[in-house]
Structure formats: C-alpha cells, structure tokens
Design a protein around this ligand. Structure first.
Ligand code: UD1
Length: 420
C-alpha cells in the first residue's frame, strides 16, 4: 500500500484547480441508469471511487468510456442484480437502487459494508422506496426491491440526525419515473442534491425545490440522454483553504463555488484567516496567529462533517481551547489518536473533541483510517516539524484527485512512496 512522505514547515503558495465533486458525480453516474440513451458527464474527477462506480455500472451491463475528465455512459440493456462484492465495498453505490428499481421494476443490491466513521444505516432509503410502492426484502446481505409500478407519494425523509444526502438522491431518482407527484419533506439541501436534480431535469425529469427541504417531483414516462458538468468539490476546496491557512501561505483556489463554502469560510474568518472571492476563484491567506474557534457539524448549509477532521488540525495550531462537536457521524474521531502522535492535544468527550491548541507539531509515522481523516493527517504533516509518513493513503485516492501532485505544485515537499 502506498504512503505519503511529507517534510513539513513550508508555506504553500500558488494556484490550485479544484476538481469535480466526488459526492456529486457518484449519484449522477447512478442516474445514467435511468435511460437507455447516452449520457455525457464532464468535470469528472480522477478518483478511485469514480472508477469503481464505472465498474459497477459495467457490471450491470452499461457501456462506460472515460476520456480525460469526460465519462460517457450508455445503459442500453441492464441486469437488475449488481455485483455483490463491488457494491459492498463502496457506500455511495447504494444510490443505484432507486434508478434500477425505477427502470427495471426490480433491483437486487448488496447492502453497503460497514464504515469506520460510524453506523451507516439505509433505513431511510428503504422507507422512501416503500412509500413509492416498492416491496423490500433483505436476505443474505442483499436488498431486493420490487415494484411493478412506482406511485408518487408524500415522503418524510428526516432521520435521527436530520436529512440523508444519498437517501434524498435515491428517492428523487426513483420518483422521476413514478406515476404522479412525489413530495419529499426534510430533504437534504446539499449542493450535490441540487447538481443531481439539474442533471435529472436535463434528462427530462420534472423536479422543483432541490436545495430546500421540500422537493417536488412530477413523474414522467421516460428520461432521455443528457450532458452535464459536475460542480466543483466543496470539500476539496475547503481542504486546500485550510492547507493555505495553516501553512501560513497564500493560495488561489480556482474552479470554486464559494457560495457552497459559506460555513467553512465563516469559521476560517473567525480563526483569523483572510480570504477573498474573485469570481470563481478564492484567495486564501494564512493568519500569522490563528484564533481558537468552536464548530458543530450539521447538515448543509451548516459546517460539513467532511471538513471536521481537517478543521481540527487548524484548531490544534490555534493557541487556546477550541471545541468541535460532531452531529452527523458520532464515531468520526478516528484521526484524534493519530493527530496525538504528531503532538496535538485533543480529548474526546462524547460527540465533542476538546482541542488544546498551540503545541508545536512534530512529524511521525501515522495511519490513515478514512478519507477525510487522511486529509487531516496530510495537513498536519505539512505543518509538523520533520517528516511525517501517512500510511494507507488509498483512502485519500478515493476522494482527492492527485493530491500529492497538487500539493507539490504549491511548493510542498510531498512524495508518494509505493507500497510493497
Ligand atoms: C453523504 C456523503 C458523505 C457525507 C454525508 C453527510 C456521498 C457519497 N457521501 O453520505 O461524504 O459525510 O453525506 O454529509 O455523498 N442515516 C440514517 N438512515 C439512513 C441514512 C442515513 O439514519 O437511511 C443517518 C447516517 O447514519 C448519518 C446521517 O443520517 O448519521 C447522515 O447520513 P447521510 O446524509 O445519509 O450520509 P450519506 O448520504 O451516506
């Protein structure tokens, strides 16, 4: 397994182009299953999760071609049973269930595997599909959904901790081909849901209200092929903004939708980081002295759980006490002991991490446990004195396009060490 060797202490300068959003492209690729016609998706990030989704679509019978950042999918004839092992490995693959059911009236998909960031149930996805008239059976690790006809209805999708992003995507996709009108209440408001709705509407769907808590979908008989460019990745942008901030550098992020980053930018400003919007670019300047801040992760437009780990590094460097409270995935603190190896003083009390900031970080070998935790370790390594080796960076490659190359272009001393 590859690792990253980082020699810290260099302020990063220059420009970086943000790639297409992982969490937008995965459901959009699933949506291509809704039509037998060709779909062309642009601004597709070069990520292992995306390649994986391509393989899943192929295993269902779709023709998939990738040319640079453009992916073409034609789902002429489809099988309703996905490859058990492929699907089990990636959480995002659950969103093929809705489109397959809508198109083929029957779908059999393996339940997505467990994940280190906490319990990730799919009860809300299943509740939504049932409300559209599907019969659901769980057997031998598979979910089987059948519905000779999907019928629109009113669906409340709020869960224990609020809305569900992929659940909203799944139900929205299934409802596009249902008979009549579907109203999703307590829908996820994330920009990735809006991007999916825009693609579906380009395919001929009739969706209103995406981006707000009530989404109305008027079913249509069929969808056709369409083209779409994926939105920029707000989590990658936030990660690079934090990199610029903590290394005391000055970085221009290109291809950014700053309006998708308000909660993060607001907290960065509170922490003393200066930033400036320039059209689709964002200039971020590191603060000479960071200030402590308190953060609670919440559904959009709140502070994203996917930036919690990276923000914790900034807090560890700000002299004083910062508190970060995780409201979306309760067990998402796997990075805390690893950051501790670098010298960060963090203690976890229930859903909160208390960060005693200001202690200098020094390099050490650390182990990446999940995607965003890996990003946090890389950021910490960029600041730490000496050398940090981040092991198991396959997590990083799932969600950050060429992160080592992008960091090197900004002056970072980062090297990928191939694993045995
Ligand atoms: C998506 C993102 C992930 C992000 C998360 C929250 C993708 C591929 N992944 O994951 O990066 O961290 O949104 O912003 O887009 N829940 C239930 N029942 C369900 C579904 C979810 O109780 O049926 C709970 C989850 O356990 C969690 C919360 O709802 O506590 C939010 O999860 P959800 O929004 O569904 O996350 P994902 O869509 O899986």
């Amino acid at each position: 397994m590859d690792s990253l060797l980082i020699k810290g202490g260099v302020p990063l300068h220059g420009e970086v182009t943000i790639s297409g959003a992982k969490n937008a492209v995965l459901p959009i690729l699933a949506a291509t299953l809704l039509t037998p016609e060709e779909c062309v998706i642009r601004n597709v990030p070069d990520l292992s999760d995306v390649k994986f989704m391509g393989k899943i679509l192929e295993s269902l019978g779709a023709e998939v071609a990738l040319d640079g950042d453009t992916m073409t999918v034609k789902s002429g004839r489809l099988k309703g049973v996905g490859d058990y092992e492929l699907i089990r490995k990636m959480r995002g693959s659950i969103c093929i269930l809705g489109p397959l059911l809508a198109r083929l009236h029957k779908a059999k998909v393996s339940l997505p595997g467990g994940c280190v960031i906490g319990a990730r149930p799919v009860d809300l996805h299943l509740k939504g599909l049932k409300a559209l008239g599907a019969k659901i059976k769980i057997e031998s690790g598979y979910v089987t959904a059948t519905a000779p006809k999907l019928i629109g209805g009113d669906i409340f999708l709020g869960g224990r901790v609020g809305p569900t992003v992929l659940g909203t995507a799944n139900i929205m996709m299934a409802a596009t081909l249902a008979e009549g009108i579907t109203i999703i209440e307590s829908a996820a408001c994330e920009p990735e849901v809006v991007d999916l709705a825009e693609f579906l509407n380009a395919m001929g769907a009739r969706i209103h209200g995406a981006g707000g808590p009530t989404i109305t979908i008027t079913g249509v008989k069929e969808l056709h092929g369409a083209q779409h460019a994926v939105i920029p990745d707000r989590i990658e942008a936030a990660t690079f903004a934090i990199v610029a901030a903590v290394t005391k550098g000055e970085v221009t992020l290109n291809n950014v939708r700053a309006e998708h980053l308000q909660a993060v930018l607001d907290k960065l400003r509170d922490a003393g980081v200066k930033w400036e919007r320039r059209g689709t670019s964002l200039l971020v300047k590191g603060a000479r002295r960071l200030k402590p801040v308190d953060v609670t992760t919440l559904p959009y437009p709140g502070f994203p759980t996917d930036v919690q780990a990276q923000m914790m590094v900034l807090m560890a460097l700000a002299p004083g006490i910062s508190i970060i409270t995780e409201r979306i995935f309760e067990a998402r603190f796997m990075h805390v002991p690893e950051l501790g190896r670098l010298g960060a003083e963090i203690s976890v009390e229930g859903p909160s991490a208390i960060v005693k900031g200001g202690a200098p970080l020094s390099g050490a070998p650390v182990m990446a446990s999940d995607l965003r935790a890996s990003a946090a370790l890389v950021i910490a390594g960029l600041v730490a004195k000496g050398t940090t080796q981040v092991h198991r960076i396959y997590h990083l490659d799932r969600g950050y396009e060429k992160i080592d190359e992008k960091l090197r272009a900004l002056g970072a001393r980062v090297e990928r060490v191939p694993g045995e």
